[in-house]
Ligand binder design. Structure first.
Ligand code: ADP
Ligand code: UDP
Length: 239
C-alpha cells in the first residue's frame, strides 16, 4: 500500500489518500488546540504517543466486537485506517460531570452521572460545535435513523469496555467524544480515542490526565498522556 496526496488537514491530524480507494493514512501531529482552535500549541511527542494510544484502544475495542476503522500502525505518527464516509456529528457520553455540561446546566464538576448521559454535537468549528438532537440529524439528513441508533449503541458499548479498562489502570473515564462513519453499508468507529478527546482522572486523587491540562494551562500535558499510556500498558518503545 502506497501513501498518496493529503486529502484533509484537521486541527490535530492529517489524512492521506493511498493507492487503495478504501484505505487512508491517518497522521497524528503534535498540534494541540482547544476552544475550537483558538488556543494552539505544538507539544513534542504528542502525535507519536496518541498514535500508539489510539492503536491500543481501537484494538481493545475490536476484541470486544466493536468494529473500528483501525487496521495497523504504519510509522511513529501514522496508522492505516479504512476510509469512512464520516457522519458530521460527535457522540459524547459522560460518566461524571465536567466541561461544557457544567457551564450549560450549572452543574458542579465531579458529580456522578448515573445513568451516563449521551449528547450529539454538530461537527462545525465555525458554529462552535452546537448541541443537536436526533430530530436535527433526521431533518438535515446527516445520518439515517438506523445509523443514529447504531452510533448510540456502539458509543455506550465503548463505555462498558473502556470504563473497566481504565478502572483497572486506576483511572476514571469521565467523558469522551466519538466519531463514526459508513463503510460499505456498515457503521464503524472512526477518528481517534486518545486523551485529546476524552477526560481521564486518577481514581484516587482525581488529578486530570487529559487535554484539560492544556485547556486549563495546568502544564505537564504530554507527561500526563504518557502516564496514562504506561498505566494501560501501551507500548511506547522507540518514541
Ligand atoms: P478536526 O477535523 O476536528 O480538526 P482532526 O485534526 O482530528 O480533526 O482531523 C481528522 C479528520 O479526519 C476529522 O475531520 C475526522 O472526521 C476525519 N476522519 C477520521 N477518521 C476517518 C476515516 N476513517 N475516514 C475518513 N475521515 C476520517
Ligand atoms: N470533545 C472533543 N472534541 C470536541 C468537543 C469535545 O474531543 O470538539 C471531547 C472533550 O475532550 C471531552 C468530551 O468530548 O472529553 C466532552 O466535551 P465537552 O462537551 O465538555 O466540551 P469542552 O468543554 O471540553 O469543549
Amino acid at each position: 500500500m502506497q501513501k498518496k496526496q493529503e486529502l484533509y488537514a484537521g486541527k490535530a491530524k492529517s489524512v492521506f489518500l493511498t493507492d487503495d480507494a478504501d484505505r487512508l493514512v491517518l497522521h497524528f501531529r503534535n498540534d494541540t488546540t482547544a476552544f475550537d482552535g483558538e488556543k494552539k500549541a505544538q507539544l513534542e511527542r504528542k502525535g507519536a504517543i496518541n498514535n500508539r494510544f489510539n492503536a491500543f484502544i481501537m484494538t481493545r475495542l475490536a476484541e470486544h466486537g466493536i468494529e473500528t476503522h483501525f487496521e495497523k500502525l504504519l510509522g511513529p505518527n501514522e496508522s492505516v485506517v479504512k476510509r469512512l464516509t464520516m457522519f458530521p456529528v460527535e457522540c459524547v457520553v459522560r460518566n461524571i460531570a465536567a466541561g461544557s455540561i457544567c457551564k450549560r446546566l450549572g452543574i458542579q464538576e465531579g458529580i456522578d452521572l448515573n445513568p451516563p448521559t449521551f449528547e450529539f454535537f454538530l461537527k462545525n468549528d465555525a458554529l462552535h460545535d452546537p448541541m443537536i438532537n436526533e430530530y436535527h440529524i433526521r431533518a438535515f439528513g446527516w445520518a439515517a435513523d438506523a445509523e443514529v441508533a447504531r452510533m448510540k449503541e456502539l458509543t455506550f458499548k465503548v463505555n462498558d469496555v473502556l470504563k473497566r479498562l481504565f478502572m483497572a489502570a486506576g483511572l476514571l473515564l469521565v467523558d469522551y467524544k466519538l466519531e463514526f462513519g459508513a463503510f460499505h453499508g456498515r457503521v464503524l468507529l472512526g477518528d481517534e480515542f486518545t486523551p485529546d478527546g476524552c477526560r481521564l482522572w486518577d481514581s484516587n486523587t482525581r488529578k486530570k490526565l487529559d487535554k484539560d491540562r492544556f485547556r486549563q494551562g495546568l502544564g505537564g500535558v504530554v507527561e500526563a498522556y504518557e502516564e496514562v499510556a504506561q498505566r494501560l500498558g501501551v507500548d511506547l518503545s522507540g518514541i
